[in-house]
Design a protein. Sequence first.
Lengths: 329, 343
Amino acid sequence: MKERILEVRGLNVDYGAGPGSVRAVRDVDLTLHRGEVLGLAGESGSGKSTLAYGMTRLLPPPGVVASGEVLYHLQDGTTVDLLRIRDAELRRLRWSEIAIVFQGAINSLNPVQRISTQLVDVIKAHSPKTSPRARQDRARELLELVGIAADRLHSYPHQLSGGMRQRVMIAMALALDPRVVVMDEPTTALDVVVQRQILRTLVDLRERLGFSVVFITHDLSLLVEFSDRIAIMYAGQVVEEAASADLYRSPLHPYSDGLLRSFPALKGEKRELTGIPGSPPDLRSMPAGCAFHPRCPRALDVCGDRVPLLGQSRDGRSVACWLHPVAVG
Amino acid sequence: MTAEVAPAVSGTVSTEIVLEADGLTKHFPVRAALSREKKAVRAVENVSLRLRRGSVTALVGESGSGKSTVARLLAQLYPLTSGEIRLHGEPVAVQRGWGRGRRFRAYCRRVQMIFQDPFASLNPVHTIRYHLTRALSIHGNRGDDLEKSLADLLSRVHLTPADRYLDRYPHELSGGQRQRVAIARALAASPEVLLADEPVSMLDVSIRLGVLNLLRDLKERLHLSILYITHDIASARYFADETVVMYAGQVVEGGDSETVTQRPAHPYTQLLIESAPDPDRPAVEEKDGGAGEPPSLIDPPAGCRFHPRCPFAMDVCRTELPPRFELGDGHFAACWLYREDAS
């Protein structure tokens, strides 16, 4: 078993407080191992971004982490709970241990500052002891790392294409050699060709630098190809978690199965595809029992009454579905 | 498991051409500050397309390739720089001269457009009933019984029972339902042609296919001809009878969808297909190529616009624009690789 680096235990995130609050993430357990790419897939509103921001304590109000813990295993063997450490301590971990690439690079870069200024600023803020010269060199090195010629260092964001801006964001995330990089839909706004180039760069960097990635996307077919393990979220819950290949070959949860059948294939025989009938539930009025049962083609009687728990089956896969009642309790 | 589906039963597809574009060109002038120089974004250059009755034509390309501009040109939302649009063989030019408004409306009645974002294309302060009634009245399809016409429209897009939806506001519906309303609104004109500009790319993955299947079903029942604009070539294979690939404002390849996706001829189409996410791909596959990005359309490269990125670029590619080379069965590619013989 690989070394665990980040563990999320029983995380609940609400929007708002009191009777009008909406639970956007419920009882999520996740484990990120060292050097692995963990894919987090789900439709819009499934809580995948909320989960990522919740566990890094970046959630803006009215988002509140209601309960749960996020254990981060430091290099020296100690473990901290990110949700409970003091702000100063958290600040020390941010970026140098856990870095984030936000959705939409166009909005994440400051349009009136040069790339160089923004890269240097990160290094300066988090390791103030470095010399200006060293910071410049590091910025140059980072750009080359993500495949941008160093002479673009003094460009403004608008002088770069969308793909290059996204690369700059990745370079910025890697500035302090983090051990975990959380990426929220990093390639959604990009074209397939550019998307592939960037993912290739990312996979290559991960092999060289050995960081772990939490990769959030709605594109399951992308994850199957690029990640090691996949967790599928539906209406705030993780409904299935498995190694990518297993998930692709034999999805256990009907929702995962439906998602996989929603992508037309480019090769092989042409099949009639149906997608999933209905639409995701409103988080303000969740159905009783399993959140997916109104759309589920294989729903049982019990699905409407009781919420299935995410149980681990014999082969290390987890699924929350009454069709596979493993280790309930 | 579901049975295999023939690509929209090719035998019954008629060859009657409804809408035809010939040499469509659109340049958008750009004003450069402090400069007298006249520049233009050459967004669409010499694009020819044919939409047939009862068939779906996909227009595939990256963002910025000009595919949406083509749709807007076909919908007569922009004036053409040059080229011609023909509806049933009759040249249409609604943007110039007297009676422009009337001609435009008559054209709209036959050619309707569906936009990408159903959150933006419906007015948030009006009910679904308002949206559909207005479309019916404007296009003179109100009929004797308005309620019945409305119910018919909604049932065509599988929003039943109709009274559950008619008095709702757009924000009360999900994205998929909103896009269905937008489709119903387009159908209110009883058009012959639907121009669908990325109709599903804003929708959740699990409901995309529902909307695509609906469009296909409508095509078959109403014999619509549909232009399906997308960046997802896999969905073009699934949904469209014919596929046309655009790069940097030009058509680079076209033909039967199955042929284009299974035996792509143009190096750009090949790159596009290699780049599409494919779960079946062997884990480590490194084929370098496709570096770089689409060119600036203000000052596009001479010759073939793809040559700076093309792994097979030859001398001729740098100087001369490749014409269409026929590859048989309606399959063509604009690439010098197919110059001599296309066997």
